[in-house]
Ligand binder design. Structure first.
Ligand code: UDP
Ligand code: MG
Length: 315
């Protein structure tokens, strides 16, 4: 590769507080990289406005007007971080050699970009940014995240620990990603499925430069559920295992009741009857819920609705 034509893709949802700071920092970074001849002069920074309700799009337009380094993609509605990221990457992938995706809040240390580019020059098609220290995150976020990685591994999903969506992907890796047209999108699980030569680059996760998190607990849980159910069918198997276990218990209960009957002590047993009604009823609902979750996923996949709609692309 001669000189890398690099695009940064940054999804933004109601980021008016942080956007000016981010733009400034990133411009300096891009200029430094250009001066050192690491990236071409026509490399770009693409902000994807994920249907923000504040002044984010106006800010992006102003940035674009002042400096052609910045580009903007406006989505027609709020589709969530994963879809916004995909929208950005798929819209620009034909124009560049590689894309680095990152968050708008500067929590991903932009100095890791240098090393990502080096790995790319060494022939890696995917370079994961991995947080080496998470002390800036709350203990709760750290704990839940690590628990989530464990569950994912146990369910047989290949996932890179402590990697969010800060990563470099080359053109051909992006082309491979484009072939996955699932609606239930969990990029962190999909990208490792692509194969290719990969590397990881460590960085320290900082604090949000301004504004507040756009991922409240509710969205975090929904995202984790999406990750599990879109990548693994093991929960359905667990339901089957549960069925077998309960069947085994029922045989024991059958023997127990027969023996009680034969020795003539059959009137007691109210507690065990009531408990089993509730226990089995609860488990059945749980099982139906798990299966329903997958049927819901199939329903959404079969509709093949577009994952995002690009309203405007400021070139
Ligand atoms: N984001 C988005 N759409 C959404 C929610 C978030 O594009 O519906 C973007 C947001 O602007 C940011 C990134 O996703 O660039 C990560 O969000 P945030 O920093 O709030 O998450 P956290 O770091 O708290 O997990
Ligand atoms: Mg953040």
């Amino acid at each position: 590769m001669e000189c890398l034509k690099l695009y940064l893709v940054i999804p933004c949802y109601n980021e008016q507080e942080v956007l000016p700071i981010t733009a400034q920092k990133i411009r300096e970074k891009m200029q430094a990289l250009q001066q050192r001849g690491k990236i071409t002069a026509d490399s770009k920074v693409v902000f994807v406005d994920d249907g923000s309700k504040d002044k984010t799009w106006e800010l992006i337009c102003a940035l674009h007007k002042a400096d052609k380094l910045f580009r903007g993609i406006k989505l027609a509605h709020n589709k969530g971080h994963q879809n916004a990221l995909l929208a950005g990457m798929m819209t620009v992938r034909a124009e560049c050699d590689a894309i680095i995706s990152m968050d708008a809040d500067l929590q991903d240390d932009i100095n890791a970009i240098d090393e990502m580019i080096e790995r790319c020059y060494e022939g890696c098609d995917i370079v994961y940014g991995v947080r080496c220290a998470r002390d800036k995150d709350t203990a709760f976020k750290r704990g839940t995240a690590h628990g989530f990685y464990k569950v994912m591994k146990w369910l047989g999903v290949e996932i890179v620990n402590d990697h969010a969506d800060y990563r470099l992907m080359t053109k051909r890796a992006l082309a491979a990603l484009a072939d996955f047209d699932e609606v239930n999108l969990f990029l962190r699980g999909l990208v490792p499925l692509l194969g290719f030569k990969t590397a990881t680059v460590e960085y320290e996760r900082g604090e949000r430069a301004a504004g507040e998190s756009k991922y409240p607990l509710k969205k975090m849980i929904a995202f984790a559920m999406e990750g599990i159910t879109s990548m693994s069918v093991k929960p359905i198997r667990l339901v089957t295992v549960l069925g077998f276990l309960i069947f085994a218990v029922s045989i024991i209960m059958l023997l127990y009741s027969l023996i009680r009957h034969l020795i003539g002590a059959t009137v007691t047993g109210w507690t065990s009857t009531v408990v089993s009604i509730w226990a089995i009823g609860g488990l059945q609902l749980l099982a139906i819920g798990v299966i329903g979750e997958y049927i819901g996923k199939i329903y959404l996949e079969t509709k093949h609705r577009p994952k995002y709609t690009v309203e405007e692309y400021l070139k």
